[in-house]
Design a protein around this ligand. Structure first.
Ligand code: NAD
Ligand code: UGA
Length: 424
């Protein structure tokens, strides 16, 4: 099957490389020239486990191609055109910014000749498919395009795994012909994924409702963690006890410094905005957003309180990415916490992350120091704070840390080690 993917970010690239490995003829398009040049040279532009290998095999087999512009030959003959561009938060209103999506759609509409399926993989508000349909009809009345919703549920850090083992594939279209085509596109996946065929609007909403629910679960367990701490209970035991009930499920009950990433924060806000437009009050989602934002501040205050006896404390931070397994720092709790610390105290921050140093530098610049490894970060520190749950941070050599640090204070906000207190 001939497939074109627009946008080669955290979703588009693994999806493109994955579909190529299934034997499809895939062309990935991105408007950033450097990205395409790097990909053409066989190098990855973002960190995802297994992605480089997948990219190499796709290019070697001749199934995976890259280009910078949506030219006629890119869309001509493509049976499915997948749009995976960003839909970031509009910082003024909180709604999803659809400008990248419509820019891509416009380019496609202008170049499209024959019939094709345009699958919106970007996370978009309910009703966007209808808008895109109207827009294409207006831009190029001759073109026959079937607009479907094909939301993505992969997790960063597991993008390749999730492509091959999706928990479900949701397809929003009423057309039986298109359903067959999408079934065919994923047919080589083994075991066969669960496919859910629903209306376009339902599909758009399934995506937001799922993300917001998971975010809510995290916020809930974080509040429970606070209660456990105050009441002398152990949050891990509570979490285990809750998760043992399959109706609750054990996933997403890990407490921490709040959820981050490029999706939960923006998608919860976009959902709230969309509900408001429809006159619906999503009180749980609103509390989740507020509670999660507050949590970063509370964590930063907690850290500063632990070193308030030291005049100009040196704080070592392990972890900058929004979670382990990725170099992505978008909306990372670590970044928010560090920003709070450096603007509200005289502390010096020295940070280390195995993969996210470059991306963190783009956000924090030279406002903090960067260490070349975890020991170098901890050297001479008055306190060590673990903010991302990388494997490398699990069970650190405490004897060594005691020798190289100024004090014995550790705050492990990801519970990567069995320490429960803040000193050893
Ligand atoms: P991203 O920012 O990593 O990548 C988007 C890419 O699209 C960029 O490389 C950008 O240059 C490119 N682009 C933008 N406009 C373009 C245009 N007109 N033509 C060609 N390329 C263009 O974004 P992402 O994280 O991959 O997310 C993409 C979408 O998928 C978003 O809607 C997001 O909410 C959703 N999503 C993301 C994840 C995730 O884990 N990151 C998971 C599920 C869904
Ligand atoms: C999330 C969803 O899990 C994906 O299904 C979805 O496709 C994606 O958003 C998206 O729409 O972009 P992702 O953001 O990659 O994936 O990461 P998660 O593993 O969900 O973690 C999100 C945040 O929650 C991280 O900061 C993580 O540390 C935090 N988290 C997660 C917790 O604090 N506790 C948990 O128990 C789980």
């Amino acid at each position: 099957m001939k497939i074109t993917i627009i946008g080669t970010g955290y979703v588009g690239l693994p999806t493109g490389a994955g579909l190529a490995s299934l034997g499809h003829d895939v062309t990935c398009v991105d408007c950033v020239k450097d990205t395409i040049e790097t990909l053409k040279a066989g190098k990855v532009t973002l960190y995802e486990k297994g992605l480089e290998e997948l990219l190499t095999s796709g290019m070697t087999s001749g199934h995976l191609h890259f280009t910078c512009s949506i030219e006629k030959e890119v869309v001509r003959g493509a049976q499915v055109i997948i749009i995976a561009v960003g839909t970031p938060e509009n910082l003024r209103t909180g709604e999803a910014d659809l400008s990248y999506l419509f820019a891509a759609v416009e380019q496609v509409a202008k170049k499209l000749e024959g019939p094709a399926v345009v699958a919106i993989k970007s996370t978009v508000p309910v009703g966007t498919g209808d808008e895109v349909e109207r827009f294409i009809r207006k831009t190029n009345p001759r073109v026959q395009a079937e607009i479907i919703s094909l939301p993505e549920f992969l997790r960063e850090g597991y993008a390749v795994h999730d492509f091959f083992h999706p928990k479900r594939i949701v397809v929003g279209t009423q057309s039986e012909k298109v359903r067959s085509l999408i079934r065919e596109m994923y047919a080589p996946l083994s075991p066969a994924p669960k496919m859910l065929f629903v209306s376009r609007r339902s599909s758009e909403l399934i995506k937001y409702a799922s993300n917001a629910f998971l975010a809510m679960k995290i916020h809930y367990i974080n509040e429970m963690a606070d209660l456990c701490e105050a009441a002398g209970a152990n949050i891990h035991e509570v979490s285990r006890g809750m998760g043992a009930d399959t109706r609750i499920g054990s996933a997403f009950l890990q407490p921490g410094p709040g959820y981050g990433g490029s999706c939960f924060p923006k998608d919860t806000k976009a959902l709230l905005h969309m509900a408001r437009k429809h006159g619906i009050n999503l009180s749980l989602v609103r509390s989740t957003i507020l509670g999660n934002e507050e949590r970063r501040k509370l964590m930063a205050i907690k850290i500063l309180k632990s070193v308030e006896d030291i005049q100009r404390p040196r704080i070592a931070i392990w972890g900058l990415a929004f979670k382990e397994g990725t170099d992505d720092c978008r909306e990372s709790p670590a970044i928010g916490i560090i920003q709070y610390i450096i603007t509200h105290s005289a502390a010096t921050v020295v940070a280390y992350d195995p993969k996210a140093m470059q991306n963190a530098h783009k956000l924090l610049g030279d406002s903090i120091k960067y260490a070349s490894n975890k020991e170098a970060a901890a050297q001479g520190a008055d306190m060590l704070v673990i903010l991302t749950g990388w494997d490398d941070f699990i069970s650190p050599d405490l004897k060594k840390l005691k020798m190289i640090m100024n004090t014995s204070r550790i705050m492990d906000l990801r519970f990567t080690m069995s320490l429960t207190g803040s000193s050893f």
